[in-house]
Design a binder for this molecule. Structure first.
Ligand code: HEC
Ligand code: HEC
Length: 602
């Protein structure tokens, strides 16, 4: 089907169109990467995606029973929050503190107060990063079956996330990228550490030689290594659940998370639209969650081959086969859901398929700028708008391909010393890119897709730019920290007039798929209550969370409702980050203005 679309597209396309596109193309003409060996584990891919969507949106996966993957990926696949989002909140230079609200005037982060200064005096490194609020620090004690929240010891956490003796939600050290179209990335995360090889329980591929799946062979349980290629999304998905900043109390294990997850009702605290494109058939019509006979165990049994879950034998610690194989199920299910999040119906796609009226004259000028003097196409290529994609990365072996070959580049967003990027080591102490030579992995980050970029601000791995105009100005001055060497291809040749910049931004906004903008299928989703900073007390400090003894050292959360939406989407478009900063759209003309209060069921 997809190759047919491609063929028709080519027939329709005349040579002048191809010349204008300069290698860019419709995403519908790009084939979907296929994980290898899927059949070995999976017997029903439809149920696999249903399971993945439930797990992705279920707040019970977080140790506090209040944090889902979607908590940081609910808005066009990315995050859309303003308060308590800085990962280095105690900044004496800017005098920001914990629980700060991001303000328009703070962007771009690395600009001096007088933007008229010339380049040499223009920038300073204040190491500020707009990340995503995750979980309040606690030490993991145990799970209680049937209950979403884990037991955690209320101990003092990292000093950066404390104010007036109260702990706040910790914030990730990088900005949250979108999960939409992430399946096209050969490697995921800004530094590429989520391997294209999935080994079952960690993001790091072949570095993990210990984890094995348990399989029933000839009536006996045996251990077998897992090694699937083209499966970076599965590698990625098994990272956050045990990460103590994002979703987990310190010290939780997969076995414990499995025991809890298999014992709770899926999405027990969240409403699901009756016409949800995947979950609708299972939605509870009378309240939150799914139909009474739905369970994570029954979905796993339907989706996976029996030899991976049928054994009744318990291991020495009392865990079942299904519990022990849980990270494998979790990774493959989330991957199957995310693989449906493909946005290939933007106006640009229609243009690239031959409809010359789909772009305005200004947007077509922007396309020329993109492919011409601005050199954007050097790193944002093809139908995916990134050099990091399957169709662009030919040699996918880390031992022979340096980061540049995987579509990771240095554009001088931050000084190398602030964030090593691809030069970091993985949790096994091994380099992420063994084939890197000299300093060519230092400060290098994955070139992200530009699709739907209108909706996914703030931008860059440090979230330092609020608007696309600011991003384009960043490129206009050829990066902020070019002095650290090895700038990526094209960076030093970028040359844009003021008019070019306006046209370029218009073009970038033509990369939005309206199904993403209005949350139509496959981008519809269950309800979610997201924490949006902590409640202030009258004296300017924080209010303590008085819900239980185990939260006595924690600050009370504020919450915003992301309503459930079915396949036909919202009537209002998603708010952009710039609009959020300005408070535009709170009159109901935008969705996700973060102004509707909710209180999560505990
Ligand atoms: C607390 C916020 C938070 C939570 C919860 C969270 N993420 Fe993320 N996600 C991030 C951040 C931040 C990054 C980038 C981290 C980096 O690159 O170092 C990221 C990266 C990703 C990426 C890579 C995209 C790309 O282009 O590289 C995917 C896919 C993703 N997350 C999916 C998930 C899934 C699945 C879960 C749940 C199992 C999850 N996230 C939970 C914040 C979060
Ligand atoms: C040398 C390769 C390279 C070139 C040339 C390049 N980019 Fe990028 N682009 C990147 C990388 C790498 C990142 C991520 C950088 C980071 O966060 O540290 C990025 C990030 C972005 C982002 C932010 C996306 C997000 O989700 O945060 C936008 C928008 C963008 N580029 C647009 C452009 C435009 C427009 C041009 C042309 C003026 C351009 N890029 C030229 C490599 C490049």
């Amino acid at each position: 089907m997809r190759s047919l679309v491609a063929a028709i597209g080519l027939l329709l396309a005349c040579f002048p169109l191809l010349a204008q596109l300069g290698g860019l193309r419709s995403l519908r003409s790009v084939s979907l990467p296929q994980p290898t060996e899927l059949d070995k584990y999976v017997r029903d891919t439809k149920t696999l995606a249903v399971l993945g969507k439930a797990l992705f949106w279920d707040v019970q996966i977080g140790s506090d029973g209040l944090t889902a993957c979607a908590t940081c990926h609910f808005h066009a696949g990315a995050d859309h929050r303003l308060q308590n989002q800085l990962s280095s909140p105690h900044d004496s230079v800017r005098q920001v503190t914990v629980n700060q609200v991001l303000e328009e005037g703070a962007f771009p982060f690395r600009l001096l107060s007088n933007p008229a200064d010339n380049r040499s005096g223009f920038l300073r490194d204040n190491r500020q990063v707009a990340g995503s609020a995750g979980i309040i620090y606690r030490k993991f004690q145990d799970v209680t079956t049937g209950t979403g929240a884990d037991l955690g010891a209320e101990e003092a956490g990292p000093a950066a996330f404390v104010m007036g003796g109260l702990k706040v939600r910790q914030v990730t050290a990088r900005n949250t990228p979108t999960v939409i179209n992430a399946l096209f990335n050969v490697v995921n995360f800004w530094d590429g550490r989520a391997s294209n090889v999935f080994t079952g329980a960690t993001p790091f591929g072949d570095s993990d030689t210990t984890w094995k799946a348990l399989v029933v062979r000839d009536g006996a349980l045996v251990s077998e290594p897992v090694r699937m290629d083209n499966a970076s999304l599965a590698s990625q998905a098994v990272g956050p659940p045990l990460n103590e900043v994002e979703m987990s109390y310190e010290g939780r294990t997969w076995n414990k998370l499995a025991r809890k997850t298999l014992s709770v009702a899926p999405l027990a605290r969240q409403r699901v639209a009756a016409d949800d494109s995947l979950l609708g058939a299972f939605a509870n019509p009378d309240g939150p969650g799914l139909l009474a006979d739905s369970s994570y165990a029954s979905m796993i049994r339907a989706a996976f081959r029996p030899e991976y879950w049928e054994s009744e034998t318990l291991d020495a610690d009392g865990y079942t086969q299904m519990e022990q194989n849980f990270p494998l199920f979790f990774g493959l299910a989330i991957q199957a859901y995310e693989a449906l999040l493909v946005s290939d119906e933007s106006r640009f796609d229609k243009f690239a398929e031959g409809d010359s009226t789909a772009l305005t004259a200004q947007e077509r000028t922007g396309l020329q700028v993109f492919n011409g003097g601005s050199e954007c196409h050097e790193c944002h290529q093809g139908g995916e708008f990134t050099a990091a994609s399957f169709s662009n990365v030919r040699n996918r072996s880390r031992s022979t391909t340096p980061p540049g070959g995987f579509g990771l580049f240095r554009t001088g967003v931050t000084p190398v010393a602030d964030d090593l990027g691809a030069a970091a080591k993985d949790s096994f102490g091994l380099p992420l890119f063994p084939a890197a030579r000299g300093n060519n992995a230092q400060g290098v980050f994955k070139s992200p897709t530009l699709r739907n970029v209108e909706l996914t601000g703030p931008f860059f791995h440090d979230g330092s730019q609020a608007t696309l105009e600011q991003v384009v100005d960043f490129y206009g001055r050829r990066g902020d920290f070019p002095g650290d060497g090895n700038l990526g291809p094209g960076m030093n040749r970028i040359n844009m007039s003021a008019a070019d910049r306006v046209a370029l931004v218009a073009f970038l906004k033509a990369l939005t798929d309206d199904r993403v903008r209005f949350e139509r299928a496959p981008f519809d989703h269950p309800e979610l209550c997201v924490p949006v900073g902590h409640a202030e007390a009258d004296d300017g400090g924080l209010q303590p969370d008085g819900t239980s003894e185990s939260t006595r050292l924690s600050a009370a959360d504020k919450w915003a409702l992301i309503p459930a939406v079915g396949r036909s989407g919202n009537s209002a478009p998603l708010q952009t980050f710039e609009e959020l900063l300005k408070g535009v759209g709170a009159d109901g003309s935008r969705a996700h203005t973060m102004t509707e209060v909710c209180s999560p069921v505990r």
